[in-house]
Design a protein around this ligand. Structure first.
Ligand code: 13P
Length: 248
């Protein structure tokens, strides 16, 4: 069975009530029957209003705590996210790994909590420029993703996102040959650890300066099953062309 493309937006720490019109516009463009799954992960404060602004459209969060509840000031649980209508959550983004010192084990625990709470997950991985220049990117990223996976690896409930850190928000996209090599290596490693069937169904997204202008080239690659988009997901004008590129 062919994998459905997934184009997910990550609004990061952007978005207030006056931006909800963008979500409505994106959801309307995504509604046409095209075989592409579309989602937007917004700040916690916007989840409930984004769900109301785009009924039936997949709204997600950008982080979740591994515990179901407890004394965790400032954190949020999967049940809280599900209650306000979130359908998915991003875990292990490099901005959380770097700024909040989150490691692979914590990322895996977050993914477990999300799945147990009824949310789908996007598990992120990616190398620094230093690691890429040392020629260690493929091995590093494959080790990172395997160690970040939840206990139950179900491709119908999750996707992986390869986001080279040096390509995030920089306008620098990884070379097509490097993306192709990395995605194929991740799939091969999933096959080795979790079996060929799971590997064949697992969606592997690319993230890092994806725009309307470069999306088609990325999506044409065999092992690229969509994108995780930061800056260009903030407006319908920039995000809809990426969705359209996934359709074709
Ligand atoms: P940009 O698309 O802004 O480079 O961000 C990528 C990203 O980090 C998505 O999670």
């Amino acid at each position: 069975m062919a994998r459905r493309m997934l184009v997910a937006g990550n609004w990061k720490m952007h978005g207030v009530g006056s931006d909800l019109g963008e979500i409505t516009a994106i959801s309307m463009a995504a509604e046409t029957e095209n075989g592409v799954d579309v989602a937007i992960c917004v700040p916690f404060t916007l989840i409930e209003r984004a769900v109301a602004a785009a009924p039936g459209f997949a709204i997600g969060a950008q982080d979740v705590h591994p515990a179901a509840n407890g004394a965790h000031t400032g954190d949020i649980s999967a049940a809280m996210l599900a209650e306000v209508g979130a359908k998915l959550v991003i875990v292990g983004h490099s901005e959380r790994r770097q700024a909040h010192h989150e490691g692979n084990a914590e990322t895996a625990a977050k993914a477990d909590a999300a799945l147990a709470g009824g949310l789908d997950v996007v598990v992120c991985c990616g190398e620094t420029l230093e690691v890429r220049e040392a020629g260690e990117a493929v091995e590093t990223v494959c080790d990172q993703i395997i160690a970040s996976l939840p206990g139950s690896v179900d491709p119908s409930r999750m996707a992986l996102a390869y986001e080279p850190i040096w390509a995030i928000g920089t306008g620098k996209v990884a070379r097509p040959s490097d993306v192709a090599e990395m995605h194929a290596a991740i799939r091969a490693r999933i096959a080795k650890e979790h079996g060929p069937e799971i590997a064949a169904q697992m969606r592997i997204l690319y993230g890092g300066s994806v725009k309307g202008e470069n999306a088609a080239e990325l999506f044409a690659m065999e092992d690229v099953d969509g994108a995780l988009v930061g800056g260009a997901s903030l407006t319908a004008d920039q995000f809809v062309p990426i969705i359209n590129a996934a359709k074709n």
